[in-house]
Ligand binder design. Structure first.
Ligand code: DX5
Ligand code: ZN
Length: 221
C-alpha cells in the first residue's frame, strides 16, 4: 500500500563546507529522511563522502539516515556505513555479484535494506529479492550527479513496482531519486512513489527557503 509521502533531501546539494548545519536545517524544515549519496568514482563518475562523514553527521539529526551507496564492490563497506549510523542502506544490483547476499549482510548489520535500479535496469531485478527489500529506489536520472532532468520513463517503473509491492504483504518504501521538483513530484507520487529524494529542489535559495521548498515538494507550496 502506498504510504504517506515522505521527503528525503539529498545532502549532495548542500553546502559541503557546513554539512552539520545543513543537516540540522533540513531536519528542522521538515525532512523525513536524510538522503546521503555515496559515490566512489568507479561505479559512478563522481566521488562524494565516506562512512566517516556519515558518523560525523549522525548527531545533527534523529531522522533516519537513508544512505544510497553508488559504489562497487559494495559488500566490504556495508558494516562501516551501518556502524556510522545508516538506518537504510540502498545498493544497486550491479554493485556486486550476489544481491541477495548483500541484502542479507545489510540486515545482519541492523539496517533496513534498499535496492536501487538505474534507468537501464529492468524492474525484474527487484522481483526476486522483493521479500528482502525494505525500500526500492527508482533512479529517475543516471546516478552520479545532482541537478539532472527527470526521465519520465521512471513513472512506468514506479507503476510496475508499486503493483509488485501492493501484491506483497509488507510495507516497502518506494523511493524516486533524480530531477524531483514541484512539477515532477506529483507525477512520481501519482505513479506510486511514497518517498521523494530531492537535492537541488530542497537546497535552493539558502536555509531560509528550505521549509518552503519542502512544502512545495509536498504539494503545499
Ligand atoms: C544522483 C543522486 C541523487 C541526487 C539527486 O546520483 O542519487 O540523490 O543527489 O539530485 P537532484 O534532486 O538535484 O536531481
Ligand atoms: Zn541518491
Amino acid at each position: 500500500m502506498q504510504q504517506p509521502v515522505r521527503l528525503a533531501p539529498s545532502i549532495l546539494a548542500a553546502d559541503f563546507a557546513d554539512l552539520g548545519a545543513e543537516v540540522r536545517a533540513v531536519d528542522a524544515a521538515g525532512a523525513d529522511y536524510i538522503h546521503v549519496d555515496v559515490m566512489d568514482g568507479h561505479f559512478v563518475p563522481n566521488i562524494t563522502i565516506g562512512p566517516g562523514v556519515v558518523a560525523a553527521l549522525r548527531p545533527y539529526s534523529a531522522k533516519p539516515f537513508d544512505v544510497h551507496l553508488m559504489i562497487s564492490p559494495v559488500d566490504a563497506y556495508v558494516p562501516a556505513f551501518a556502524e556510522a549510523g545508516a538506518d537504510i542502506i540502498t545498493v544497486h544490483p550491479e554493485a556486486g555479484p550476489h544481491l541477495h547476499r548483500t541484502l542479507q549482510l545489510i540486515h545482519q548489520h541492523g539496517a533496513r535494506a534498499g535496492v536501487a535500479i538505474n534507468p537501464a535496469t529492468p524492474v525484474d531485478r527487484v522481483a526476486e529479492v522483493l521479500d528482502m527489500a525494505d525500500l526500492v529506489l527508482v533512479m529517475s536520472v543516471n546516478p552520479g550527479f545532482g541537478g539532472q532532468r527527470f526521465l519520465p520513463r521512471a513513472c512506468d517503473k514506479l507503476r510496475a513496482i508499486r503493483s509488485m509491492i501492493d501484491g506483497s504483504d509488507r510495507h516497502i518504501d518506494l523511493e524516486v531519486d533524480g530531477g524531483i521538483n514541484a512539477e515532477t513530484a506529483p507525477e512520481a507520487v501519482a505513479a506510486g512513489a511514497d518517498v521523494l529524494v530531492a537535492g537541488s529542489a530542497t537546497f535552493k535559495g539558502g536555509r531560509d527557503a528550505y521549509a518552503a521548498n519542502i512544502a512545495a515538494l509536498r504539494g503545499r507550496g
